[in-house]
Design a protein. Structure first.
Lengths: 437, 146
């Protein structure tokens, strides 16, 4: 509102000045023509000043750049100084030339390109020029023979300075705003490009690290297995080929070597699986979870024909998820359920969908040994085990893998268990709001 | 050399020992030719280099090919085998420690007939090798070489 009022005031002042200027220029021109004796000393300067003001205002009206504005205002100030000098000389006072010199000094100071201080300098010039004009007029007034002649000059100078500097103020404010905006934009774009460069650099570093990890995983997969196979295979060959030469203790020792080699082999496989799960590219598509679970259940049964386990798999479990990753997830969860129910002659493993915590989630439950919920916080950590390796085999990486797969899908997984009663895992494969119902 | 033989390309002496031991149990170890790097395998099959002048018309029943080999990798050997008319149809079984997806995919893409990951467990390894030997030597039929 205030800005609008100021604009209105300024435009009205301008209109008045235009009219006054036009009047004064005509009046001065006529006086100078018809009364050359006084006209030359008083009206010619008024005419010159009037014309300069006209030209200046016309130029300012044409939306010059801040730099052009500065030049126009300098021209104006110079013209004003020259007029003052003229008036001073015409009135017979030496002060006129003093003011002229002062004006020249101020204007020179203003043209010196102290770019950052330019606005302050211009403000200073404006103030000094007004004072100089004031004194000039004052001096001229004292020596004026004709008060009537002097009036238009006073009005002219006062009005011209009022307009030109109020225009300058408005112009400079908008110029400063534009400058600040441009500077802010430049800074923003510089920051943006810096950020982009950083992102590119970091991506490259990450890619390199990922490639290194891949190469490492490859070596682990290849080079760590070979010695383990030799340990196990040669121990086995020793037991088989030299059975007569070895007593029970020797065979027991060899058995221990073999079982450790085999454990390390599984650990290598599981770690590889975990690293694959972490690095694998994800591709979401409609996946038939029931089908995958049935296949895994059949494989488990086939590998352990002596076990009797009842699988209750909901036939319509589907989700938008990454097939291979979710297969690894189900292999781990079903494998665990199968493993931990081995002492239950009526083992039952159920896979379905249920509401958990107000959301629809998949669940996988078993009636195996379960675990104490006091340790529930640990089960998803790598190498954490709640059962001794003599009790149940395992590397402690399976649930870490499961957790990572769930998290890569933006889902959550929680366990609910009770010792001796079994365990249930609830999991989702998408962020909460997108959970498929 | 007997007419029918198995070619094993394997640089790890322990794997070689365990493979031969397992095959011996199935009485096929005496028909196994062992080569220790990729270049040697190529030279042997094409009668070049150290095997210059060898009669290359009699192909093995099967080539058991490791992937990580000195000089030429198993995949490079496979590529050359498939590029040559004389060996284009030779049955090649990749027998390796690697379980990397890209090796499996690349192996089949280059024309492997089978891909077997060497199990760490002694029993499983023995069983895998014996099954391979039985199947490719006794069950599988290859064209009679002219």
């Amino acid at each position: 509102m205030r800005e609008q009022n100021a604009d209105l005031l300024l435009s009205r002042a301008k209109a008045v000045v235009w009219i006054v200027l036009a009047g004064i220029v005509t009046f001065s021109a006529a006086k100078a023509w018809f009364e050359p004796s006084t006209g030359l000393s008083w009206y010619v300067p008024a005419l010159v000043l009037g014309v300069t003001q006209f030209v200046m205002m016309a130029l300012l009206q044409g939306h010059p750049t801040p730099r052009q504005t500065e030049r126009i205002l300098l021209l104006d100030a110079t013209a004003a100084c020259a007029i003052i000098a003229w008036l001073g000389i015409a009135s017979g006072r030496s002060t006129g030339s003093d003011f002229f010199l002062l004006g020249v000094a101020i204007n020179t100071a203003a043209v010196v390109p102290w770019a950052p201080k330019r606005q302050a300098v211009l403000g200073f010039v404006a103030a000094a020029a007004i004072i100089a004009n004031g004194y000039g007029i004052h001096g001229s007034l004292l020596h004026s023979v004709d008060f009537r002649t002097f009036v238009p000059v006073v009005v002219l100078i006062g009005a011209s300075f009022y307009t030109s500097y109020s225009m300058e103020a408005a112009r400079l404010t908008s110029a400063r705003d534009q400058l600040l905006r441009e500077r802010a934009e430049a800074e923003t774009s510089e920051l943006n490009s810096l950020l982009e460069r950083r992102v590119v650099e970091r991506t490259k570093e990450l890619q390199a690290a990922n490639d290194e990890l891949e190469a490492f995983a490859y070596s682990v997969s290849h080079d760590l297995r070979a010695p383990l196979r030799a340990m196990d295979g040669l121990s086995e060959a020793l037991v088989e080929d030299y059975a007569d030469a070895l007593d029970g203790t020797a065979k027991d020792y060899l058995g221990r070597i073999r079982s450790e080699a085999s454990r390390l082999g599984h650990l290598v496989d599981d770690l590889l699986g975990l690293s694959r799960v972490t690095r694998a590219l994800m591709k979401r598509q409609e996946v038939d979870l029931s089908g995958i679970a049935r296949t895994i259940a059949e494989q488990l049964q086939l590998a352990h024909p002596q076990r009797v386990v009842e699988f209750a798999i909901d036939p319509d479990l589907r989700a938008e998820c990454d097939g291979p990753l979710v297969r690894a997830l189900l292999e781990n969860l079903l494998g665990n359920a199968f493993k931990f129910t081995q002492r239950n002659p009526a083992a039952r493993i159920e896979f379905g969908r249920a509401a958990h915590d107000g959301k629809s989630a998949f669940f996988l439950s078993d009636n195996g040994v379960g675990f104490d919920m006091a340790h529930a916080g640990k089960i998803f950590g790598a190498f954490e085990r709640l059962h001794g390796s003599e009790e149940f085999e395992g590397t402690g990486i399976g649930l870490t893998t499961v957790d990572r797969i769930v998290r890569r899908h933006g889902g959550t997984i929680v366990a609910n268990a009770e010792p001796g009663k079994g365990a249930t895992f609830y999991f989702t494969l998408s962020p909460a709001e997108k959970t498929i119902l | 050399m007997s007419e029918s033989y198995v070619l094993l390309v394997e640089d790890n002496p322990n794997d070689e020992l365990l493979t031969l031991r397992a095959l011996r149990r199935e009485n096929i170890a005496n028909q196994v030719v062992v080569l220790r790097d990729g270049q040697e395998a190529v030279d042997f099959l094409f009668g070049t280099g150290a095997h210059a002048g060898r009669d290359v018309s009699v192909l093995p029943q099967v080539l058991l090919l490791d992937l990580k080999l000195p000089k030429l990798s198993g995949l490079e050997v496979l590529e050359r085998i498939r590029a040559d008319d004389r060996t284009r149809t030779l049955p090649v079984v990749i027998l390796t420690s690697s379980a990397m997806d890209r090796d499996i995919v690349e192996g089949y893409r280059l024309g492997a007939n089978s891909y077997v990951q060497k199990p760490v467990s002694a029993e499983e390894f023995k069983e895998a090798v014996q099954r391979l030997g039985l199947y490719w030597v006794l069950v599988n039929k290859v064209p009679v070489t002219s």
